[in-house]
Design a protein around this ligand. Structure first.
Ligand code: HEC
Length: 183
């Protein structure tokens, strides 16, 4: 017959057999998260320019005064455009919004034809290309959107990318997206 202290001892043994591997696993996954940067609490940024973005559909346009001084187009991939047209919020995973910008320039050629100063057109690309990619798991730390900024194909530093979500938080009510769809 086993005594109650024997029972307690075997229960303890059983628990330690269970808990030691469990805590080793937990430590290992924390270490892996730190090593590979997949801890959902730390921000992740978009590291690659999405394919084919220049062929996406137009959401809207905007003009920024100095110091940015540009004219810009906001484009969406098919998933983003569909959500915009259906008025669906939040945007579903897979939605990508791109912001392109160019110098804002008076067109002498066009003005000559019109006979007065009235034409402004897009000049050379300016102020980089920006992206917001929706992946609610991967980018959980920044409202489900990953932010990317590329100057001539090269990603901006993390110090720049850290400012994106901080400001876009102001428009949380529209899933962090300022631009409205222009019909
Ligand atoms: C100081 C605030 C601020 C910061 C910082 C900021 N944005 Fe924005 N962003 C805006 C506003 C406001 C708009 C709409 C501007 C307009 O159309 O005139 C916008 C528009 C956008 C758009 C088009 C979709 C939308 O939300 O309208 C993208 C994409 C975007 N920003 C990406 C970024 C990225 C990437 C960064 C960081 C590198 C960034 N933004 C930093 C305020 C900010």
């Amino acid at each position: 017959m086993t005594s109650s202290s024997d029972d307690a001892r075997s229960t303890f043994k059983f628990l330690t057999r269970l808990l030691i591997p469990a805590s080793v696993l937990a430590c290992a996954s924390v270490l892996a998260a730190v090593a590979y940067g997949n801890d959902d609490r730390s921000p992740r940024f978009v590291e690659k320019i999405p394919n084919g973005y220049r062929d996406w559909k137009l959401v809207s346009v905007a003009r920024e005064d100095a110091p940015l001084d540009d004219i810009r187009a906001i484009l969406g991939n098919d998933i983003a455009i569909k959500a915009y047209r259906e008025g669906r919020l939040p945007f579903p995973d897979g939605a990508i919004i791109a912001r392109l910008a160019w110098g804002f320039e008076a067109s002498e050629e066009n003005n000559q034809t019109f006979g007065r100063t009235q034409s402004y057109v897009a000049g050379a690309p300016k102020n980089g290309v920006q992206f917001m990619i929706k992946d609610s798991r991967k980018y959980a730390a920044t409202g489900g959107w990953g932010y990317g900024h590329f100057n001539e194909g090269k990603s901006a530093d993390a110090t720049v990318l850290q400012t994106c979500f901080a400001c876009h938080q102001a428009i949380e009510s529209r899933d962090f997206v300022f631009t409205k769809y222009s019909h």
